[in-house]
Design a protein around this ligand. Structure first.
Ligand code: PLP
Length: 339
């Protein structure tokens, strides 16, 4: 298969697996796993935070952060197409009991005015505006990168009004590599932030959530309560450390491939428009006179190409460690066949 479905589909490389073979192991619940401790310290430093903890998934990072920052009945301000709304199984409502206040933000990036308008005056009748969540990069806006200044001013606006701020950094390192702005600069003004290891970095498991020491203490409580505490996680975190050393700079290759796919798709008559490609995600809007996204995705699959349906006439293609120029050629050939 030429797998453009998601950057989560990568398999760990042999070198990555070998990096985990001979590491000393211990119980992470007793702070006795050296690789896990090293990884948490490293990510806390990368994000300019005091402390961090290793979790099985990015979803768990978001859900724990929301539950730590909020109380039931509170309201979370975020973009309408945020991962926490469309892809976390209703977790914010089920686990933290919060309400979502989704904003129709241009390219998923809320403006200061939008956030100001969304923050409710304190009243016994209204939910309490408690948390602002931003995604960097914005997945459903085509891996769009928030400019650092815009992200910071939105975070400052929320904080000034007494809200907590959380950064979903599933692809934060893609933003870092695309712009040269350090992850810690994007995370400035946020009370919590995380990075994923299972996307562009190519690991099979893991994400690291960072924040103040007090925040991480509370997060540890939920990690245990929700069954996310593990044991000898060094077999996983050794691979994450390997990825930080070997798979960050190469994200630039994924971005270049995505750029070229975007440009080639835009030439096809069956494609009405391609969203600007900032990083490793290409989103194409299909022409009205052709098949819809679901039908086209099925036809592509029979040509060995996978993509994600993200709207009635919208397909998403993601580049990563396991796809290269030949896969891109196969994708363009399969799309061209459709008209
Ligand atoms: C923006 C964003 N946030 C959160 C997640 C959740 O990460 P995980 O799949 O590790 O739960 C994803 C997954 O693709 C994502 O794209």
């Amino acid at each position: 298969m030429h797998d453009f479905y998601s950057d989560t589909q990568t398999r760990p490389t042999r070198a990555m697996r070998e990096a985990a073979l001979d590491v000393p192991l211990g119980d992470e619940r007793h702070d006795a796993d050296p690789c896990t401790t090293a990884l948490c310290e490293r990510v806390a430093d990368m994000l300019g935070m005091e402390a961090a903890l290793f979790l099985p998934s990015g979803t768990m990072c978001n859900e724990i952060a929301i539950a730590v920052h909020c109380r039931p009945g509170d309201e979370v301000i975020c973009g309408r197409e945020s991962h926490i709304i469309f892809a976390e199984s209703g977790g914010p409502a089920a686990l933290a009991g919060v309400m979502m206040h989704p904003l129709d933000a241009p390219r998923g990036m809320m403006t200061v005015a939008q956030v100001e308008d969304a923050i409710r005056p304190r009243s016994a009748h209204a939910p309490r505006s408690r948390l602002m969540v931003a995604e960097q990069t914005v997945n459903l806006a085509g891996g769009a990168v928030w400019p650092a200044e815009a992200l910071r001013t939105v975070a400052e606006t929320a904080r000034k009004a007494g809200l907590a701020t959380h950064l979903d950094g599933a692809r934060l390192l893609n933003a870092q590599v695309a712009t040269g702005v350090a992850a810690r600069d994007y995370a400035q003004g946020f009370d919590s932030a995380w990075i994923a290891f299972t996307k562009g970095l190519g690991c099979p498991v893991g994400a690291v959530l960072a924040g103040s020491r007090g925040f991480i203490e509370e997060a540890w409580l939920l990690k245990r309560r929700w069954g996310g505490a593990m044991r000898q996680t060094g077999v996983l975190t050794a691979m994450c450390l390997y990825a930080l050393d070997h798979h960050v700079e190469r994200l630039a290759d994924d971005h270049a491939l995505a750029q070229s796919i975007g440009a080639r798709l835009a030439e096809l008559p069956g494609v009405a428009a391609v969203l600007p490609v900032d990083t490793n995600i290409v989103i194409a809007d299909l022409a009205e006179d052709g098949p819809d996204a679901r039908a086209l995705a099925q036809r592509l699959r029979s040509d060995g190409v996978t993509a994600t349906v993200v709207g009635r006439r919208r397909l998403r293609f993601v580049t990563h460690l396991d796809v290269g120029p030949e896969d891109a050629d196969a994708l363009i050939a399969a799309m061209a066949k459709q008209g």
